[in-house]
Design a protein around this ligand. Structure first.
Ligand SMILES: *[C@@H]1O[C@H](CO)[C@@H](O)[C@H](O)[C@H]1NC(C)=O
Ligand SMILES: *[C@@H]1O[C@H](CO)[C@@H](O)[C@H](O)[C@H]1NC(C)=O
Ligand SMILES: *[C@@H]1O[C@H](CO)[C@@H](O)[C@H](O)[C@H]1NC(C)=O
Ligand SMILES: *[C@@H]1O[C@H](CO)[C@@H](O)[C@H](O)[C@H]1NC(C)=O
Length: 513
């Protein structure tokens, strides 16, 4: 009787212990007890002017960078220059308003010479098939001299320009329907001068392409190396490690894998600074997430993906996808043996619908395998698409992969009209209600881990916000995003805009981790 009871007790105990171990195991595998509290090192190896405007200060003729959009009005006829049909046709000057077909995007050749790209992506040029002086937009790739123009600016009124063609003559608006390059030019900038255009800059890009091409091949290497070596230094790693941060997410551009002489206008050598980052991370016990922020062709047309003029061409061919996989392969191979390598994010903020689900699934699968080839332990982060997309669209893919998969979502209460009218309380409520439920939707017990890879305690517009409000707003986000199973990362460590700088927020007591 006694032995039977003892045996039963032992059996039950074993069952309980086994159950406990199984639970603990699944819990550990599904939810690592270590969570990322990271900061992004934005604006470092991929430049962004709004983060560090001074980097762009020394560019000659810096109003005219790659992708700058111009609207050009002829005062003589009182109408806007326009690529008829948006391209593949003639240039006219007969439009009352400037919108899409009236937008010309610059490709910068050097500080005085430019090409003008129209809506359908053709370049303005002389009609070499015709009389050689009429203006057309028919060429898809600017090959010859006739697509290159000089912009001459009136020093007394910077909004007045003249455009000189490669034949040595200025453009002139002869009639609203006829624009030709045959004006000899004189010094008058009056409204009666048919070669004068009144210019409005309607859009611009300020990323890595613009800064490197803006400085040009002689100056850019010097400027970029100075920036890389001074902007983020060992002291920053020490600072964050002492202030509750346990990881850094480092945005890199595709050219980092192109050796010392990447394609123009990019500057080689940023890889060396990523090497430094890994050394410092190891020294201060920080994890590193490598984040491919700029893929070849641009995955979103934003300046932070180093687009030249807003075009988004990533993922449109297998070759382009393979090229991107090779970059992931290269970077993982390089750092796989470094204990600080924690995760590789395959692509930042691909934008739907142009970055298609099909091409991303293909790429994410191949990118995952490229990481696994070198590392069994690194997490692989798949970013959700920006724009219209199902937040769980990569779940079927993730479940077919061999573990350690993370979904990245970015939560900014900015860049969207929804937030413009919101006061402090509404913003904070939005975090507790909407963001919280958004995050729970993607945080499932058997799905991928979740990562709020970018957020900031900044509001959509500058309410007169008190320090206490900032603190509450940051705390709300820390509380909600702290539920992400992989962790979160603040955007960004340093920024001239204070609330976007975690360093400033910590040093001034706005955020405490
Ligand atoms: C700018 O480029 C044009 C066209 O290639 C060339 O003729 C000119 O000499 C260049 N100017 C400078 C300052 O490099
Ligand atoms: C502008 O000029 C072109 C060429 O003559 C003509 O086909 C077009 O209808 C004109 N558009 C307007 C809005 O006047
Ligand atoms: C310059 O050209 C404009 C337009 O043809 C003309 O009205 C003006 O008189 C000219 N000025 C001089 C100084 O030649
Ligand atoms: C703006 O944000 C709201 C809330 O996140 C979202 O429902 C809406 O789709 C967003 N609009 C745009 C244009 O992104």
């Amino acid at each position: 009787m006694e032995t039977k009871l003892t045996r039963q007790i032992i059996l039950i105990s074993i069952c309980i212990i086994l159950c406990f171990m199984v639970t603990l195991y699944t819990w550990r595998v599904r939810r690592p007890n270590f969570k990322i509290q990271a900061v992004n090192l934005g604006g470092w190896l991929v430049a962004e002017r709004w983060i560090k405007p001074s980097l762009f200060d020394g560019i000659p003729n810096k109003d005219f960078l790659d992708g700058t959009s111009l609207h050009l009005k002829s005062p003589t006829v009182g109408k806007y220059l326009c690529a008829e049909w948006g391209g593949r046709s003639i240039i006219v000057a007969n439009r009352t308003y400037a919108t899409i077909w009236e937008t010309f995007k610059l490709w910068r050749i050097n500080e005085t010479s430019f090409q003008f790209r129209v809506y359908n992506k053709q370049f303005m040029g002389l009609d070499t098939a015709g009389n050689g002086i009429d203006l057309v937009a028919v060429t898809d790739m600017p090959g010859g001299r006739t697509e290159t123009f000089q912009i001459v600016r009136n020093s007394d009124d910077l909004n007045r320009i003249r455009i000189k063609a490669s034949n040595g003559f200025f453009l002139q608006v002869k009639t609203a329907d006829l624009v030709t390059a045959d004006f000899k030019g004189n010094d008058s900038w009056g409204d009666d001068n048919p070669s004068v255009f009144i210019m409005w800059i309607s859009g611009r890009f300020d990323g890595e392409y613009q800064v490197t091409n803006g400085y040009g091949p002689t100056k850019a290497p010097q400027v970029m190396r100075e920036h890389w070596s001074t902007y983020i230094v060992e002291e920053d790693f020490k600072f964050v490690s002492k202030n509750g941060i346990n990881a850094v997410r480092i945005p890199v551009g595709w050219w980092i894998a192109s050796g010392p002489t990447p394609p123009q206008p990019y500057v080689g050598g940023s890889l060396q600074y990523l090497d430094h980052a890994f050394l410092w991370a190891q020294k201060y016990g920080l994890k590193v997430i490598i984040d491919l922020q700029a893929a070849p062709g641009s995955q979103n047309g934003f300046e932070h993906s180093s687009t030249r003029d807003g075009s988004q061409e990533w993922g449109q061919s297998d070759q382009n996808i393979q090229e991107t996989v090779a970059i992931i392969d290269f970077l993982t191979a390089r750092y796989a043996d470094n204990p600080s390598l924690y995760a590789v994010e395959l692509l930042n903020e691909p934008l739907s619908p142009k970055a298609s689900l099909d091409s991303l699934i293909k790429y994410y699968k191949a990118g995952y395998e490229a990481v696994r080839k070198h590392s069994k332990t690194a997490y692989v982060i798949l970013a959700n698409r920006f724009g219209p997309a199902d937040p769980k669209e990569f779940f079927p893919l993730a479940s077919g992969l061999d573990g350690k998969v993370v979904i990245d979502v970015h939560y900014y209460n900015n860049f969207n009209y929804t937030f413009y009218g919101m006061n402090v309380k509404q913003n904070i409520d939005f975090i507790y209600s909407y963001r919280s439920s958004q995050l729970s939707e993607v945080t499932t017990s058997n799905g991928p881990l979740t990562f709020v890879g970018e957020w900031a305690a900044e509001w959509a517009h500058f309410l007169s916000v008190k320090k206490e409000d900032y603190k509450k707003y940051a705390e709300a986000q820390l509380e909600v995003y702290g539920r992400a199973t992989f962790g979160w990362a603040y955007w960004t460590l340093k920024n001239v805009n204070k609330a976007w700088s975690l360093e400033w927020m910590i040093k001034n007591g706005y955020i405490k981790l």
